[in-house]
Design a protein around this ligand. Structure first.
Ligand SMILES: Nc1nc2c(ncn2[C@@H]2O[C@H](COP(=O)(O)OP(=O)(O)OP(=O)(O)O)[C@@H](O)[C@H]2O)c(=O)[nH]1
Ligand SMILES: [Mg+2]
Length: 278
């Protein structure tokens, strides 16, 4: 059995790959880390039956229509080598953007299981995604994960193997309802509808964060500019008259006026240089 890991750059594919295969492929917190496909067998810990399961980590892609060479590797693999199931890793903190690629994967006919990753970041922001609704709207299984803490991984692998074993053909959610002449526009309208429907905010709307409060003051329509000039003046005054003034006076009068000349004279006297040359 062959399981492909596909998703947007930086969504956590390689982190998941390492966790379920025991490999130590390079992981980094920026997009474009993986530039070629990597393959390994599933760790015994996650193995459900005797048949070997091959996991393929792919470079990140925003679309099935490749823009970069790495995206072409991903497109060629999922369309050409037909894995038994695709685990589509989604960064839950940027759901709407991720769903563009997801909808394209759902059209390939290959079974798709979504790993709704980085749940910890979402929760830290006081947000959540209704994964049951998401599964319903996209017509595929969704499992919540935190790949770097190995949370939800066992369940994800189980669901992926189960889905692949059923050998059913994935049906796409059919967003053509919008009847826009441009397919990408249709797709975008669909993804923003899905993201809105599934977004659950647990944030207290009365609770305003410190940075929001500061923003309200420094970016105020009338107060913004005076505050900007005041800050610039304070920086200028501090550097010229404050610490800057003190330092330049100290360097001129003490370091270059006394310490260095005295030390140089003492050195030249010490080595017996003619006073005319000192
Ligand atoms: N907070 C948090 N960070 C995660 C999670 N999963 C992965 N990361 C971090 O996200 C970053 C990107 O992870 P990668 O595994 O390199 O992502 P990728 O999808 O392989 O990225 P590309 O190879 O560039 O496509 C790393 O810093 C991971 O440690 C998660 O569930 N929560
Ligand atoms: Mg990677």
């Amino acid at each position: 059995m062959k399981i492909a890991l596909a998703g947007n750059p930086n969504s956590g594919k390689t982190t998941l790959f390492n966790a379920i295969t025991g490999k130590t492929e390079y992981v980094g917190n920026w997009p474009g880390v993986t530039v070629e496909k990597k393959e390994a067998f599933l760790k015994a810990k996650y193995q459900l039956s005797k048949s070997k399961v091959r996991i393929v980590d792919l470079p990140g892609a925003y679309s099935i229509a490749p823009y970069t060479g790495e995206e072409a590797i991903t497109r060629d693999f999922v369309t050409g080598e037909k894995p038994d199931v695709i685990i589509n890793i989604i960064d839950a903190s940027s759901l709407e953007r991720s769903l563009f690629f997801t909808t394209q994967l759902l059209e390939l006919g290959i079974p798709v299981v979504i790993a709704l990753n980085k749940q910890d970041i979402l929760k830290r922001h006081g947000d959540a995604i209704d994964s049951v609704k998401l599964a319903d709207l996209l017509n595929c299984k969704v499992v919540e994960t935190v790949a770097n803490k190995e949370k939800g991984i066992k369940r994800l692998v189980e669901v992926a193997i189960e889905t692949a074993s059923m050998k059913s053909i994935q049906t796409s959610p059919g967003f053509g309802l919008y009847l826009d002449s441009d397919e990408d526009n249709d797709r975008q309208k669909f993804t923003s509808m899905v993201a809105q429907e599934c977004h659950v905010s647990n944030r207290d709307t009365n609770e305003i964060s410190l940075s929001d409060r500061l923003d309200r003051i420094v970016a105020h329509k009338w107060l913004g500019l005076p505050i900007f000039f005041l800050v610039m003046w304070a920086v200028y005054a501090f550097s010229i008259e404050g610490l800057g003034g003190f330092l330049s006076e100290y360097l001129n009068e003490t370091v270059f006026g006394e310490i260095i000349p005295n030390a140089a004279n003492a050195f030249f006297e010490g080595i017996g240089v003619n006073p005319l040359l000192q």
